[in-house]
Ligand binder design. Structure first.
Ligand SMILES: [Fe+2]
Ligand SMILES: [Fe+2]
Length: 241
């Protein structure tokens, strides 16, 4: 095992993010996929992205040092929470955020299309891409709250029995996350990486900034489900989702 400093290059991105959530800031900055691609080792992910693993390790170690200075840890380690606490956190932090933000973003998009759609066809394509992502997410979080989380909570209360979710449920969950990840990647490409320097007006700038923040929150959200929640209820493998 290659271990230099505090970061193991053979650890997966999902493990590294779970161990110290502040590291997700580095992964976001470098566009390293730690949620749907959380089963890749740091070394493999860096090779794939053309990044020098030593330099990335140094950035992660710098974040670790800062995080220690900010004790108590700036973000909670959700691996140590109960299943109930984890599900409550995902609903109140990530699902409620989506329920609030997605209609607001749709409204911003409609205003941008009205103002600039005649000059640029891209806005209508972006509007359709976002509508498709929103429909998927609305259905996905609704199903999680009606079916998946109650099943996880029941297992959490009854952990000693060794019962687990069936693999079909776990696999379907991971597949849906991967589909969301693909739509997010497409949306990022369509909007030029959410580059606000190319914004045509203040509404367009607000739209790009809102999409960027929603993407970052979704990465965390999917990471907490794929790499923290599911492995505790039967999704032991973090193989590609
Ligand atoms: Fe969720
Ligand atoms: Fe989910």
């Amino acid at each position: 095992m290659r271990r230099r400093g505090t970061i193991d290059e053979d650890a997966t991105l999902g493990e590294l993010a779970s161990e110290r959530p502040a590291r997700m800031r580095v992964f976001e900055r470098l566009r390293l996929d730690y949620c749907c691609g959380g089963a890749s080792t740091l070394q493999d992910a860096c090779r794939e992205r053309g990044l020098e693993v030593g330099a990335v390790r140094a950035q992660l170690e710098a974040v670790d040092r800062d995080d220690v200075l900010l004790e108590p840890a700036s973000e909670r380690d959700w691996r140590r929470a109960t299943i109930d606490e984890l599900c409550d956190h995902i609903v109140s932090t990530h699902h409620d955020y989506l329920r609030q933000e997605m209609p607001r973003i749709s409204d911003l998009l409609a205003r941008v299309v009205r103002a600039h759609g005649a000059d640029c066809l891209d806005f209508e394509i972006i509007e359709r891409a976002f509508a498709s992502l929103r429909a998927d997410l609305d259905a996905h979080i609704d199903e999680e709250e009606r079916l998946l989380f109650p099943a996880c909570r029941a297992l959490g209360r009854d952990g000693e029995t060794g019962d687990e979710l069936d693999q079909g449920t776990v696999g379907r969950q991971r597949d849906e996350h991967e589909a969301v990840g693909r739509k997010l990647t497409a949306l990022r490409a369509l909007t030029g990486g959410y580059d606000t320097s190319r914004a045509l007006c203040s509404t367009h700038r607000a739209l790009l900034e809102s999409l960027r923040l929603m993407e970052a929150d979704l990465h965390r959200h999917i990471h907490e489900e794929n790499n923290v929640l599911l492995p505790r209820v039967g999704g032991r493998s973090t193989q590609t989702m």
